[in-house]
Design a protein around this ligand. Structure first.
Ligand SMILES: Cc1cc2nc3c(=O)[nH]c(=O)nc-3n(C[C@H](O)[C@H](O)[C@H](O)COP(=O)(O)OP(=O)(O)OC[C@H]3O[C@@H](n4cnc5c(N)ncnc54)[C@H](O)[C@@H]3O)c2cc1C
Length: 246
């Protein structure tokens, strides 16, 4: 078993696109069939490698969108001027092959033994690994209380919207829409800031565990607001997707 896991992490493996699902106009989920997939933990990511006909290769990291025990899936946001994400979201078809390497990461993960309560902070596609955590919690039948604060540009940009709308049973999803709000919107309508964190966060005395994921600027703002609110830095786990995004 250990040998399988090590081989799976370190080597590139062929992955066949099993299905594609549009989440928003810019975002697509790809279910990937990897014959020797060693399994993964909630919050881990994979490296994806594309090879052009002339041998040119490009690699990018993508969080795993599916829960442990579910088939591997990634959710990719198309950056129109990007190199890899337009190909993954527009060109790839069911039956096409790419290469993946993973699962990768042992820090930005949530296992049942980590407990809670959980504060999940997502900016744009940063919701992807947090969704894997939510699904993991549900599949386990865990009762750990969760609050997800999710920042999107508009309602149409909310990834996994129907799935998040169905969350109940100890999971509260709080949206903030930073650029455009539908008529009658009563939720937050600004970027995550210390005042919002103070309203949404679990009290420090409850020893919550916080996960913040998204564009670098989002993660920095969220993490420093949490520290200002009193969360010990060792209870805050962060994953930065880079400078672009939400
Ligand atoms: C651990 C991890 C997990 C991730 N998970 C996800 C995920 O679940 N979903 C997801 O959608 N993304 C995720 N990402 C981001 C992903 O890896 C890619 O960075 C993203 O898809 C963009 O890749 P791209 O090739 O399309 O864009 P790139 O070609 O890499 O370009 C990205 C941006 O940088 C700009 N740029 C490129 N080169 C230059 C340059 N020389 N000078 C100035 N600007 C430049 C481009 O204009 C573009 O806006 C994750 C990243 C990390 C590190």
């Amino acid at each position: 078993m250990a040998g399988t896991a090590v081989r799976g992490r370190l080597t590139w493996q062929a992955a066949t696109v099993g299905s594609v699902m549009d989440e928003t106009a810019q975002v697509r989920t790809l279910a990937l069939e990897v014959p020797d997939w060693p399994g993964h933990r909630a919050g881990q990511h994979v490296d994806v490698r594309l090879t052009a006909d002339d041998g040119y290769q490009a690699e990018r990291a993508y969080s795993i969108a599916s829960a442990p025990g579910e088939p591997l899936a990634i959710t990719v946001e198309r950056l129109d001027d990007g190199e890899v994400s337009p190909y993954l979201t527009e060109e790839l078809r069911v039956g096409d092959e790419i290469e993946v390497r993973g699962p990768i990461g042992g820090y930005f993960v949530w296992d049942a033994a980590d407990g809670g309560p959980l504060l999940l902070l997502a900016g744009g596609s940063g919701v992807v690994p947090l969704r894997a955590m939510l699904r993991h919690r549900e599949r386990l039948g865990s009762t750990v209380p969760v609050r997800l604060l999710y920042s999107s540009r508009s309602l149409a940009d909310v990834i996994y919207r129907a799935e998040l709308d169905r969350c109940s049973d100890g999971v509260a999803v709080i949206h903030t829409l930073t650029r455009q709000q539908p008529a009658g919107w009563t939720g937050y309508a600004r970027r995550v800031d210390p005042a919002m964190i103070a309203e949404v966060a679990w009290p420090v005395a409850e020893m919550p565990l916080a996960y913040a994921c998204g564009p670098t600027s989002f993660v920095e703002a969220a993490a420093s607001a949490l520290v200002a609110f009193g969360y010990p830095p060792q209870r805050i786990r962060t994953e930065r997707f880079g400078a672009t995004g939400q």
